[in-house]
Design a protein around this ligand. Structure first.
Ligand code: ATP
Ligand code: MG
Length: 574
């Protein structure tokens, strides 16, 4: 199957998608690594996945995880899990724990190779003093606003700070006093002394350290100054022995600074940075900041709300890890920006679940069906296949009785021509059971159909008529006296427009009907033993899993994905 621009229903500029998942991974980064190994530039490849623990991981991060861990696996190298914990104002142990759980769930192991940028705070500080002593960094007393004003623009050079030419001893003294907590937060910074006229704004004396009193999840209140991302990242790569530091394109303009610092510091390695385009997905948002906002403002129930594109949200919705990996393996690793259709992810989920999910029957909108010629107290055990294409998944027994529930939509009083399900006088097949004919309809005072009175043909057990008469419709059902009641939650995209998650007004584009909670559903009694990580297909309805809020008394199921893709066909639930 080839996903290309032509298939994109919404006319967006879609990113390249590979034909199949099992194509050998090939991209400019892997090519570079091959060259570096063959030329002897490196002996062993070391990559890292470097999350900042200030939120939960989302599908964009999965692209980076699969790339970094995948490359390490393919080239017999290693991948570090590195926490980029240099901004304690926003970071938390909760996120450190959640990130580990998520990476593990995806199927990647870091073994002993778990690192924290904060483990290097002492060394990084020594590097800072080294830069000062070599005349390559200075303490600036300007306020953040003034620094910004002097930075210049893309078309105009910046101007030197009046503190730029302080002598080395004064700088060292001030830096030490910053470290010992003598100065107010934000009152001074350490800056690299590079070039205020550089065409690359990142080289206009970037900030390396700032004063910040915040309790760090690992170093507590030991530090009053913290390194910036730019200062910590490359040096941490070098200390850890990382050979290829893979990141997203927004860091491309930071690479000259990355290289400058590595060149001017006595670091133990020479990592190189390579950038690739980030994953964007339609009808959602892949930015920790925005996802945090959605959770904090109560637009979703939390980070693991099944509508969220977070790993925890996907997991709670019942998306299996192999389907996520399959999806990501189809993404091109390149430098061209684009947006992938969410329908593609659904396709991968469906593809996996179709093979792995056992089938069950569930009625979401029940309508009572009474079989008048079936004995009142009788119950029969019927045999149902757990998977139509996989005999190894075995069979189960289902109970049949006089009173059943069927889906309200499977009955029409005045059906159009091509409606093959129940209607007055019409015969249908009850899945795994018998052929039944609707004889009579009972309505309430408002004229609403509340019950169907039917008769069954006892000769049709299993669903086939011995005389060979044709019955086109097959519908699902549950036995009213035996079924377990359940709440079923259906999910729709968070944003109505494909690009809805972009732009500053993204909150205005939220789909106000992204969740539909259906109570009073009935499911096969065996589902009271459903387990959260075992996906199920409710026949004719979709793939579901048990929600973590379910209790013994109240079953709750999430629809992971529907059977067919109504969203991509331009028929969204609004
Ligand atoms: P966000 O933009 O969501 O806030 P981030 O880049 O700040 O994410 P980090 O924790 O710094 O989050 O990211 C860890 C790694 O994941 C980085 O190397 C980053 O480049 C990568 N990454 C983040 N978002 C994406 C994405 N959408 N596609 C691919 N890689 C991503
Ligand atoms: Mg980041």
């Amino acid at each position: 199957m080839l996903y290309d621009k032509k298939q994109c229903s919404n006319g967006n500029d879609m990113t390249e998608i590979k034909e199949t998942a099992d194509e050998k991974q090939q991209d400019f980064i892997r090519e570079q690594i091959k060259t570096d190994l063959e030329s002897g530039k490196i002996n062993r490849i070391i990559t890292r996945f470097p999350p900042e623990p200030n939120g939960y991981l989302h599908l964009g991060h999965v692209k980076s995880i699969c790339l970094n861990f995948g490359i390490a696996e393919e080239f017999d190298g290693e991948c570090h899990l590195r926490f980029d914990d240099t901004n304690p104002a926003k970071e938390d142990q909760e996120f450190i724990d959640a990130i580990q759980k998520d990476v593990e769930w995806l199927g990647y192991a870091w073994g002993t190779r778990i690192y924290f940028a904060s483990d290097n705070f002492d060394q990084l500080y020594k590097y800072a003093e080294y830069l000062v002593k070599t005349g390559l960094a200075y303490v600036d007393d300007l306020a953040a606003k003034e620094i910004r004003e002097l930075r210049g623009t893309l078309t105009e050079p910046g101007k030197n700070s009046p503190y730029r030419d302080r002598d080395v001893n004064e700088n060292i003294g001030l830096l030490r006093r910053m470290k010992s907590g003598e100065f107010e937060d934000g009152s001074r910074v350490l800056r690299a002394k590079i070039d205020m006229a550089s065409g690359n704004i990142n080289l206009r004396d970037p900030v390396l350290y700032r004063i910040l009193r915040a309790t760090h999840p690992r170093t507590g209140d030991d530090w009053k100054i913290y390194p910036t991302y730019d200062f910590a990242h490359g040096q941490t790569d070098a200390i850890e022995g990382v050979t290829h530091s893979l990141c997203t394109l927004e860091f491309e303009d930071h690479r000259p600074l990355y290289d400058w610092l590595i060149k001017h510091l006595p670091v133990p390695g020479k990592p190189e940075q390579y950038e690739f385009s980030r994953l964007n997905l339609t009808n959602t948002v892949l930015s920790k900041r925005r996802l945090t906002q959605l959770a904090q403002l109560g637009h979703v129930s939390g980070w693991d709300d099944p509508r969220m594109p977070t790993i925890s949200g996907l997991r709670r919705r019942g998306v299996p890890a192999p389907a996520v990996r399959d999806f990501v393996s189809r993404l091109a690793i390149s430098k061209s920006e684009g947006t992938v259709e969410a329908a593609m992810l659904d396709h991968c989920i469906r593809d996996y679940l179709n093979q792995h999910a056992e089938r069950r029957m569930a009625v979401l909108h029940p309508l009572k069906l009474v079989i008048e010629n079936y004995p009142e107290k009788k119950t029969e055990e019927l045999v149902a296949a757990n998977h139509p294409g996989d005999d190894a998944k075995g069979t189960r027994k289902i109970l049949f009785s006089r009173e059943l529930y069927v889906e309200r939509d499977d009955f029409m009083e005045n059906p159009p021509k091509k409606f093959y399900r129940l209607a007055p006088g019409r015969e249908v097949r009850l899945r795994f059971a018998y052929l039944v004919t609707c004889n009579r309809v009972i309505k309430d005072k408002a004229g609403e159909v509340v019950e169907l009175r039917c008769s069954y043909d006892p000769e049709t057990r299993g669903g086939n008529a011995p005389d060979g008469r044709k019955v086109r419709g097959t519908i699902h059902w549950v036995s009213a006296g035996h079924a377990a009641s359940a709440e079923i939650r259906l999910y729709y995209p968070l944003f109505e427009k494909p690009r809805g998650g972009n732009g500053d007004d993204y909150l205005e584009n939220l789909n106000s009907n992204s969740i539909e909670i259906i109570t009073g559903c009935f499911v096969e009694p065996s589902l009271s033993q459903a387990s959260r990580d075992k996906p199920i297909q409710f026949e004719r309805t979709g793939y579901f899993n048990l929600d973590e809020s379910a209790t013994e008394d109240q079953l709750v199921f999430n629809r992971t994905v529907g059977l067919r893709d109504s969203w991509a066909k331009g028929n969204p639930k609004k």
